[in-house]
Design a protein around this ligand. Sequence first.
Ligand SMILES: [Zn+2]
Length: 103
Amino acid sequence: MKLKMLKLRLMIFNNTAIKPYYVSNRHITGYQLQKRRLEVWKDNPYCVVCGRLVHYPSGFELDHIIPLFKGGADTIENCQIFYIGEDSCHQRKTKSDLTSPYF
Ligand SMILES: [Zn+2]
């Protein structure tokens, strides 16, 4: 009986209260994201790590300067561009975010 209640509570919790700590932009689709990607790219179409010019729309990925899971805002001002492809800069940064001693 107690276990059943616990399970039910967990289900409700999962459906409503918890947002994932880190959601890659890859999983967000739609007009808002496309618009943001274009705006950020127009403003500065260079990878923030290696400085290479990236191609719109598929040569880069948006990254949050202050990661969302560290309390960063989900705004254009908090977005930067990462080259994606072989040896992706984004993967490297994400890795270093996760291993940062300040995490
Ligand atoms: Zn780069």
